[in-house]
Each structure stands twice: as C-alpha cells, then as structure tokens.
Design a protein around this ligand. Structure first.
Ligand code: ZN
Length: 89
C-alpha cells in the first residue's frame, strides 16, 4: 500500500546534530496514524497492551538511517528505544 504509521520521538542525530521527530513503521495498520507519547496504539482493531514495534527514520541532514523500536506499555506508546544507525555508503 505504501502507507505507514508514525511515532513522535525527538532524537538528535549523533552524526551531525540534526533533529529527528517522526519514526515510521509498516508493522501496524499503515493508516497514516500519528502517535504521540501517551497515545493508545491500535492494530487490526485491537489496542496493543504491551509491544515493541519496529520503526525507522533517516536524518534529513546527513542521510543516516536509524532502526529503532517504539515501546508500548500499559496500552500506551511511551518512547522509542534501541536506536541504531544503519550506514548506507
Ligand atoms: Zn544526521
């Protein structure tokens, strides 16, 4: 479908100091939902209680790609963690 959902989490690119904000995923409903911390996250009509969702984003400044996980606890999106750079030369 080419759609995705996004999670808001501010992260400073360690390569160049650029700011990343919206992390994309194709693991959920891909309905162009935008989740902020504290929001309930749904997938196929169900609210996720506890999950880790693979997300990715790239720095628009230096083009470094980052893989990470959006953490959902007690039915709410709380943060993005395990952020790791993926170098494309
Ligand atoms: Zn950067």
């Amino acid at each position: 479908m080419g759609f995705y959902d996004e999670f808001l989490y501010e992260f400073t690119c360690p390569e160049c100091g650029g700011e990343l904000r919206w992390w994309q995923t194709k693991a959920l409903d891909c309905g162009l939902e935008r989740y902020e911390p504290g929001d309930p996250v749904h997938c196929e009509g169900l609210v996720l209680e506890r999950a880790k969702v693979h997300v990715y984003e790239h720095c628009s400044n230096c083009k470094t790609w980052y893989d990470a996980y959006a953490v959902i606890e007690d039915g709410r999106f709380v943060r993005v963690e395990d952020i790791a750079a993926e170098r494309l030369d």
